[in-house]
Design a protein around this ligand. Structure first.
Ligand SMILES: *Cc1c(COP(=O)(O)O)cnc(C)c1O
Length: 395
């Protein structure tokens, strides 16, 4: 009998009761704006920032309106402007090149390895040819490159690194939390990421001047002393006259929802990884299917899983996708010519100068992607893996 999966790939868990209670308290007092505080009140956003700084180990943290806003803000805060070229991953999601475009800069895409991480040799070549001095590094789908090698290279040649940690919040590299290698790191708290406030994001940094600029940029007016995870006020003196306000603040309602989720994130990461390892085990040794082996130095957050069908070709991949879909398993294919839902490719971003990445093309041609929401159980994951395995073998 063919077995069918009936769960939803887009259903997240509910907001924890503590978050709902805290949100109701904010709604009842009505002070949703982060700077609308009574005497002696810190406010949910400032407390969340303090907790996020502690969670990552960063000196400073800023909560903002979205992950995409965080990246645009970080680029501005490090001085990227119109006409500048910014290195970034050829394999990433649309908000990453979008953030580069938002400051009038031009993305220079770098090739992808079979581990789905940035190709360090191609990075060196593209850096040399483009003269770019900033890398917006996307840990796409949670795959982290050799951060020791990457940082050694970037430090040597003077490339400043902004990390896109939308898929690595709670993860890390060799024991260092993700986002603590570069000059700035950006995170998202959008519904499909690791903590959920509908929309939202963070920046963290140890650099006082970069963070002071980011805080003013985010729309602090001259109320920045109310931040708690901020640089000393003297640092703002230098930059407050010359830094524009480009509002993208977080509000107290979202922060109230996020604080209990952040406290619970390590437990959630362990649950995600149990689901991930179950699917990975179930797919291993399937003829024609390549599991993406994770570097033991990666501290993963298995909120989604990817695998390769390297030699399948378009027709067979289409059969796998339809066969799985008919049995309730939603696979995304990064090789499709037309962008679908969240899945688009570097060659779909036609506002950027045309670029060719043959290595990335070859990998994306066989790359399958699947979400693992925490509403799934390990039994669900065993069934999902069994369905994929059967459909790949039948295709
Ligand atoms: C979701 C996402 C972002 C940006 O997040 P938003 O909060 O939706 O703006 C950035 N990078 C990657 C890789 C993402 O998946």
């Amino acid at each position: 009998m063919t077995r069918v999966f009936t769960g939803s790939f887009t259903q997240q868990e509910p907001i924890p009761e503590a978050g709902i209670e805290a949100a109701l308290a904010v709604l009842r007092h009505g002070r949703l704006h982060r700077y609308n505080l009574t005497d002696g009140e810190a406010g949910e956003v400032a407390l969340l920032e303090e907790e996020f700084a502690a969670f990552t180990g960063a000196a400073y943290a800023l909560a903002v309106a979205s992950g995409g806003y965080a990246m645009g803000c970080a680029l501005r805060a490090v001085g990227v402007g119109a006409g500048d070229r910014v290195l970034s991953n050829g394999f990433t999601l649309a908000p990453v090149p979008g953030a580069i475009a938002s400051v009038g800069a031009e993305p220079v895409f770098v090739e992808t390895t079979e581990a789905l991480t940035i190709d360090l040799d191609d990075l060196a070549g593209k850096a040399r040819d483009s003269g770019a001095t900033v890398l917006l590094l996307s840990h796409m789908r949670g795959h982290v490159c050799d951060m020791d090698a990457l940082m050694a290279y970037c430090d040597e040649v003077g490339i400043r690194v902004i990390e896109d940690c939308a898929h690595t919040m709670g993860g890390g590299w060799a024991g260092t939390p993700s986002g603590r290698h570069g000059l700035v790191a950006c995170y998202s708290t959008q519904t499909y990421k690791h903590i959920n406030s509908g929309e939202g994001g963070f920046l963290v940094s140890d650099d006082a001047e970069v963070m002071a600029r980011a805080i003013i940029l985010s729309g602090s007016y001259m109320l920045y002393p109310r931040h708690r995870a901020r640089p000393p006020v003297e640092v703002f003196e230098k930059i407050k006259w010359v830094t524009p306000n480009i509002s993208g603040r977080m509000d107290n309602l979202r922060a109230a929802i996020l604080r209990p989720q952040l406290a619970d994130l390590p437990r959630q990461v362990a649950r995600w990884n149990a689901l991930y390892r179950t699917v990975e085990e179930g797919l291993r040794n399937t003829p024609g299917l390549k599991v993406i082996e994770r570097d033991p130095r990666e501290d993963i957050v298995g909120s989604s899983i990817q695998f390769l069908l390297p030699d399948a070709g378009e027709a067979r991949i289409a059969n796998v996708v339809t066969g799985c879909k008919a049995r309730g398993v939603e696979l995304k294919w990064f090789g499709a010519e037309e962008p679908v839902a969240f899945t688009s490719r570097y060659d779909s971003w036609r506002y950027a100068a045309p670029q060719r990445l043959p290595k990335t093309d070859a990998i994306l041609a066989g790359l399958m992607d699947m979400r693992l929401p925490l509403t799934f159980t390990p039994d669900d994951c065993r069934l999902i893996a069994e369905i994929i395995r059967e459909e790949v073998m039948a295709a």
